[in-house]
Structures are given as structure tokens and as C-alpha cells.
Ligand binder design. Structure first.
Ligand code: ATP
Length: 222
């Protein structure tokens, strides 16, 4: 099986995430895409994050009826920071015959050398780098200068239509009393209203989670 791994905070999942996943599924001929919500993203330790259970419930609503999209709670169950290399290693150990594809934004390639064990990540998975509509600052011709030949040879580029939506924008919209209609699936919009999520701006978080209580040294990268 060709298995796409798409990590993120997904607080909440939105149309940008869904289009990215679908374009990667199609262009890389993936059998499944697994959305992997992070427990403690190393680059977001100072941010309040909605509890993992609720982010998973929202993800389930978003992918309902799409059998090729699945949700993995592997990072939520693991203690400590959510490092991509650990997640890929665990998935590979559990599914040794599957071919793994790590879905990331092409702009993240700039930070990739700061992630924990980038060489091992590239061994474990093909890196699917997604350009969002406009030419990326990293592409097939420039990636080897940035990342070296070995990692660069493991990158596959995908292009998706640019969708200028971020979860931060959506949380701010809710706090300002604005609609999320068509920016998230309808069921996700309803869940956010019913559970009164994101009522306050990020500077005054309504919910923090066990993820934020993780202690340890902060690290850049994933
Ligand atoms: P936040 O605003 O809270 O930082 P986000 O919207 O950027 O969240 P994340 O969950 O942090 O979402 O992102 C997970 C992955 O989705 C990242 O690789 C990110 O590059 C990608 N992503 C986020 N927004 C979009 C978008 N509009 N189009 C395509 N990819 C996106």
C-alpha cells in the first residue's frame, strides 16, 4: 500500500488541508492518506491547543465518507514531543510492507534540516513537497543545494491550487464572530459552534490541553 502521512496541529482542519491531502492522493497515487494530529508540536509549544480528543472528533467529521482518508492518533498516544521521525518509524514498524509518503508544504523544506534526523526521515518516506499555487522558493532545481543530493532525491513535488486559509485565521474569525462557512466542511462548522470552540482570540486561549503541559527543551523543527 502507498500510504501518505500528513501531520499537523489541525486546530481546526480546513479546506487547505483537505485539498492538499486530495491532491497528494491523486498525484502520488496514494492508497490512503493518514491525518496525524500532533500532541505537542515542537514548534508550537508556547501555543494553546485544543485537546486532542476534540481535534480528532473534528477530523472525523471532516473526512467522513472518504474511505481513503484516515485519522491516526499515534502522536496523541505517545508521550513527549511529536517528532516526525518517531511517527514514521512507528508506522513503518507496524506496516513494514507499505511505502510511506510524508506530505509537507514545500516551504517547510527550508526548515527541514533543523527537524530531528532528516536523513532518517528521508530513508523512511518519500517526501511529498506541496507547492501552493505560486512558485515555491524551493523546487526540484534548488532542493539539492539546500538539502543535499541524498535527501533531495527522495523529494517528489506536487502542485495544488493556492488556498490562503490558516487555522490561525479561522480561530480569529470565530473569536471575531465571523462565519467559517465554506472554509471548513459544514459538519466541522457546526461542531465548532456547538462546542463553543475558539470563542476567544489566540492571545486568550479558551482551551489548553495536556499537550501543552509537556515539559522539556524546546526544539525547532518537527
Ligand atoms: P496554524 O495557523 O494553527 O499554524 P495551519 O493552518 O498552518 O495552522 P497546521 O495544522 O499547522 O495548519 O498545518 C499542517 C500542514 O498543513 C502544514 O504542512 C501546513 O503547511 C499545511 N497547510 C496549512 N494551511 C494550508 C493551506 N491553506 N493550504 C495547504 N496546506 C496548508
Amino acid at each position: 500500500m502507498r500510504l501518505g502521512i500528513f501531520g499537523g496541529t489541525f486546530d481546526p482542519i480546513h479546506v487547505g488541508h483537505l485539498v492538499l491531502a486530495e491532491q497528494c492522493r491523486e498525484q502520488c497515487r496514494l492508497d490512503e492518506v493518514w491525518f496525524v494530529p500532533a500532541a505537542a508540536p515542537p514548534h508550537k509549544l508556547d501555543s494553546a491547543i485544543t485537546p486532542g480528543k476534540q481535534r480528532v472528533e473534528i477530523l472525523e467529521l471532516a473526512v467522513a465518507g472518504m474511505p481513503q482518508f484516515k485519522i491516526s492518533d499515534i502522536e496523541l498516544k505517545r508521550t513527549g514531543l511529536s517528532f516526525t521521525v518517531d511517527t514514521l518509524g512507528a508506522v513503518k514498524a507496524a506496516h513494514p510492507h507499505d511505502e510511506l509518503f510524508l506530505l509537507i508544504g514545500a516551504d517547510s523544506l527550508h526548515d527541514f534540516p533543523t527537524w530531528r534526523d532528516p536523513d532518517r526521515i528521508a530513508e523512511l518516506a518519500t517526501i511529498v513537497a506541496v507547492n501552493r499555487g505560486e512558485p515555491s522558493s524551493v523546487d526540484a532545481s534548488t532542493s539539492s543545494a539546500l538539502l543535499g543530493e541524498t535527501i533531495s532525491s527522495r523529494i517528489q513535488f506536487v502542485t495544488m491550487p493556492g488556498i490562503a486559509v490558516s487555522a490561525t485565521d479561522l480561530r480569529d474569525r470565530v473569536a471575531a464572530g465571523c462565519s467559517l462557512r465554506f472554509l471548513v466542511p459544514r459538519a466541522v462548522e457546526e461542531y465548532i459552534v456547538q462546542h463553543r470552540l475558539y470563542q476567544q482570540a489566540d492571545s486568550e486561549p479558551v482551551s489548553s490541553s495536556f499537550e501543552n503541559s509537556v515539559s522539556g527543551s524546546q526544539s525547532s523543527g518537527s
